[in-house]
Ligand binder design. Structure first.
Ligand SMILES: Nc1nc2c(c(=O)[nH]1)N[C@H]1C(S)=C(S)[C@@H](COP(=O)(O)OP(=O)(O)OC[C@H]3O[C@@H](n4cnc5c(=O)[nH]c(N)nc54)[C@H](O)[C@@H]3O)O[C@H]1N2
Ligand SMILES: Nc1nc2c(c(=O)[nH]1)N[C@H]1C(S)=C(S)[C@@H](COP(=O)(O)OP(=O)(O)OC[C@H]3O[C@@H](n4cnc5c(=O)[nH]c(N)nc54)[C@H](O)[C@@H]3O)O[C@H]1N2
Ligand code: SF4
Ligand SMILES: [Mo]
Length: 739
């Protein structure tokens, strides 16, 4: 038994080890059959001694912080920030530091698995990679022949999906979605594009470290742990920047604020319109900037007139004096006033218009392209690999046939799901799911399961036995990020740089990296010509050489940095706006032409059933989504979530902190048990929980049944008519005491 495997097993407490073995027992038998067990563990090399450091970048979330991993006597020991990396600046967030736990995760899938039961029953046969990929290729060919390759769709999240997407495009697939659009930042990117002609990007182009006034609407920095932003937030707070936070919950960020606005959930657009009413009415905006760069300001200003602070008060619960005081505070520091664009912006279904109001408020401050506002990012130029041309699709994407969502810039995950259920505009018969736990990341789990039941093939590439893996026909186990190369990252950021992900340590069993899976699948599909390279190092070397960079230096340092161009208009960064008017669109002709409000208009959110609480959710500093609850280091820090309930409401219901309850939503859906956190830090009309807990997959014995799942209670969602985003903050719950 290798060192790795011993550590792996030692990390698994005995109670759950039995269940863990359920999914792995068969795999042990298959390992012999595949005949690569010993090879993959030791590679025939003598035991390693001493310390070895390998630079790479983190994958515990999508921020991609540069890191340095240390191996001690052949065992993965620790991971720290890479000081050369402009994103991490030498420090990782707690999740990144806990990243070594991904390698030791006791719930890892160890070998390819083929379903031997009804879908969703999670009974498997361990098979070799060849068997698994032959099975997949045969079904993919059949779908291609019967329905066309467009009927094979994919859900792919993160940089690890690059090569699988290439294989799928070579096969002819056109529908490739990620939950990071219609469930996350889609409304924001659409709104900023409509207004400024460009996205906010990821990492966001927010110059938080230089902001004099920072306005956070929901964005719960400090719980939302995107590293650079949190470091810059700490810098801004330390410098005495004025912080304004609007959140129904007194977040960590709120505790640093000069003004905390406990806004009624779903009414942010009313607050934003009232702020702009004051700023325009009192002539507090950046006139020179608006005159130089703005389009349609007069119509915009006219639309704002009814939205006075007095009007907004009953909607938002924020009194007119506070609205005026905060509006004046923002104006005082402009252009270094940054109204944060948010990231997870799918809240209520009118989200693009809400975030458009955020964009417009920033435009009034003159903060786009200015120090302390939004900088102009740049990246290093690394030419694409000279692949043979991809086939021309014969059918368009699903979204372009359904005549909805004219401003969706990417595939919409729920549109693919709908097409799978209805067979319209054309049938969808296969899904490949890479690194996204669709059962927990899409709203309405029943619809996801109904769609899965229509499929001829569901392939899931994952590292652990996640909920979506539990529904698969074939599960392909991937090596975790510390065990593999990936596509390199020439990041679009404040400082241009290239980051490399490279293996630190071998995989503990039969797991393979995504690039290997993608290339091998392409070969099985007869598409080997689309992979003219043999090994990913050849691929990376070719791209770097074409750009004139040194691969050796990148391997050694993990990071290559480039020349810094100006990042603010005032320093010579180009002030160009890719909108129809080539200006900042206060009035959007694109929206008017498509039949939408050219200037945002407010509609109040629909109330819930009497006596219920609106269900809100967010992040905890030590977990990422639904992917880290089995990581032994991170689950040690937080093993279950709790439900935040206003203290007075708790007294009224006779509940104390620590009591277990179940949440029942408006459609009768009942959650797992979850502990109450009775607190003054939340409004009495809503409750709050951290997303990602309450796992139900048998493949995750170390997280199974711990805490409750927000996703399980999100049976309703409201779709953004502009871009297809799914607003998920539209569910309501009551609490039932657990005996
Ligand atoms: N630790 C950690 N950090 C992460 C992640 C993670 O998984 N773990 N995920 C990353 C990703 S991909 C994303 S998208 C971001 C998400 O993080 P954010 O973009 O910050 O997400 P929000 O949904 O804005 O955050 C939820 C906050 O909004 C408040 N809120 C809820 N409803 C309303 C409302 O109607 N109005 C207002 N004003 N506030 C409201 C909640 O109380 C909570 O404080 O986090 C990123 N950072
Ligand atoms: N209810 C609810 N839904 C949400 C959100 C929410 O807060 N609440 N947040 C939304 C947001 S902002 C986002 S960005 C999305 C995120 O949505 P997802 O990206 O789907 O997030 P996870 O649920 O963590 O699922 C990630 C999956 O990838 C697997 N994985 C982890 N590492 C690897 C790897 O190296 N290789 C492979 N192949 N697999 C890996 C994990 O085991 C897990 O099954 O969810 C959205 N949906
Ligand atoms: S923010 Fe944290 S989890 Fe995300 S990449 Fe950076 S260190 Fe890793
Ligand atoms: Mo997200």
């Amino acid at each position: 038994m290798s060192t790795d495997q011993r550590v792996l097993n030692a990390a698994a407490p005995s109670v759950s080890r039995r269940r863990f073995l359920k999914i792995t027992a068969a795999s042990v038998a298959a390992l012999g059959a595949a005949g690569t067990f010993a090879e993959s563990l030791s590679n025939g090399k003598p035991a390693e001694k001493g310390l070895r450091q390998v630079p790479t970048f983190c994958d515990l979330c999508f921020w991609k912080c540069g890191a340095i991993a240390t191996v001690r006597d052949g065992k993965l020991w620790k991971i720290e920030g890479n000081p050369l990396d402009p994103l991490s600046r030498g420090r990782l967030c707690p999740r990144g530091t806990g990243g070594v736990g991904a390698h030791f995760d006791p719930d890892r899938v160890r070998t390819p698995l083929l379903r031997v039961s009804e879908r969703g029953q999670e009974k498997w046969k361990a098979v070799s990679w060849d068997e698994a990929l032959d099975f997949i290729a045969a079904r993919m060919r059949k779908i291609q022949a019967t329905y066309g390759p467009e009927s094979f769709a994919a859900f792919v999240h993160g940089i690890g999906g690059t090569f699988l997407k290439h294989t799928l495009k070579a096969y002819g697939a056109v529908n490739i979605a990620a939950p990071s659009f219609a469930q996350c930042r889609g409304p924001r990117d659409t709104a900023f594009r409509l207004t400024f002609g460009d996205d906010v990007g990821s990492p966001e182009r927010t110059d938080i470290e230089n902001a004099q006034c920072l306005v956070l609407i929901g964005s719960h920095l400090g719980e939302n742990m995107h590293n650079t932003q949190v470091q810059e937030f700490a810098t801004a707070v330390g410098r005495g920047a004025s912080i304004i936070v609007a959140d129904p919950r007194f977040s960590v960020a709120a505790s640093k604020a000069k003004f905390y606005l406990p806004i009624k959930a779903g009414t942010d657009l009313a607050l934003l319109l009232a702020w702009m009413n004051v700023i325009v009415g009192e002539n507090l905006y950046d006139k020179a900037y608006v005159e130089k760069y703005g389009f349609g300001f007069e119509q915009f200003a006219a639309e704002l007139r009814p939205y006075t602070p007095e009007w907004a008060y009953p909607e938002t619960g924020i009194d007119p004096d506070t609205i005026r005081a905060t509006a004046r505070e923002m104006a005082r520091y402009r252009p270094a006033t940054l109204i944060h664009p948010g990231r997870h912006s799918n809240w209520y279904g009118d989200d693009t218009q809400r975030v458009r109001a955020v964009a417009l408020l920033n435009a009034l401050m003159g903060s786009w392209g200015r120090k302390g506002g939004f900088y102009i990012p740049s990246s290093m130029d690394v030419p694409a690999y000279p692949y043979p041309p991809l086939p021309k699709p014969s059918k368009p994407k699903i979204e372009s046939l359904i005549n909805k969502f004219p401003f969706a810039g990417e595939n919409i995950s729920t549109a693919i799901r709908d097409a799978t259920i209805t067979g319209k505009p054309y049938p969808v018969k296969g899904w490949l799911v890479y690194a996204t736990n669709l059962i927990n990341s899409l709203p309405n789990q029943d619809e996801t399961i109904r769609a899965i039941q229509q499929l001829d093939l569901l392939v899931v590439v994952d590292v652990i036995g996640s909920e979506i893996a539990g529904w698969a026909d074939v599960v392909l186990p991937e090596s975790v990020y510390l065990e593999r190369h990936d596509e390199m990252n020439p990041e679009l950021f404040k400082h241009p740089f290239i980051a490399l992900r490279q293996p630190v340590i071998p995989s503990p069993a039969h797991q393979k990296p995504n690039w290997w899976i993608a290339k091998r699948l392409a070969e099985k599909l007869g598409l080997g010509a689309y992979y003219p390279w043999n090994d990913i190092e050849d691929y990376l070397a070719a791209r770097l050489k074409a750009g004139g960079y040194s691969f050796d230096e990148l391997k050694r340092q993990g990071i290559l940095t480039g020349k810094q161009p100006p990042i603010y208009f005032d320093d010579g960064a180009p002030a160009t706006f890719d909108t129809p008017s080539k200006k900042i669109e206060f009035y959007s002709t694109q929206l008017a032409q498509a039949g939408f409000d050219p200037v945002p208009k407010y509609t109040p959110p629909e109330p819930g059933p009497p006596g219920s609480y609106r269900l809100l959710f967010g992040r905890a500093p030590v977990h990422s989504f639904s992917r880290t609850q089995t990581n032994p280091l991170l689950s040690d820090l937080m093993s279950e979530n709790s439900v935040w309930l206003n203290a007075a409401e708790a007294r009224r219901l006779g509940l104390n902190s620590g009591d277990y309850v179940r949440l029942r939503n408006q459609d009768g859906r009942l959650s797992n048990r979850i502990r109450v956190k009775a607190t003054e830090r939340i409004r009495p009309d809503c409750v709050y929980m951290v997303h990602g807990f309450g796992h139900t997959a048998k493949g995750l014995p170390h997280a199974f049944g711990k805490g409750a799942s927000d996703a399980g209670l999100i049976t309703r969602y409201k779709t953004d008519p502009l871009m297809g985003g799914t607003g998920m903050n539209v569910n309501f719950v009551t609490l039932e005491r657990e005996a």
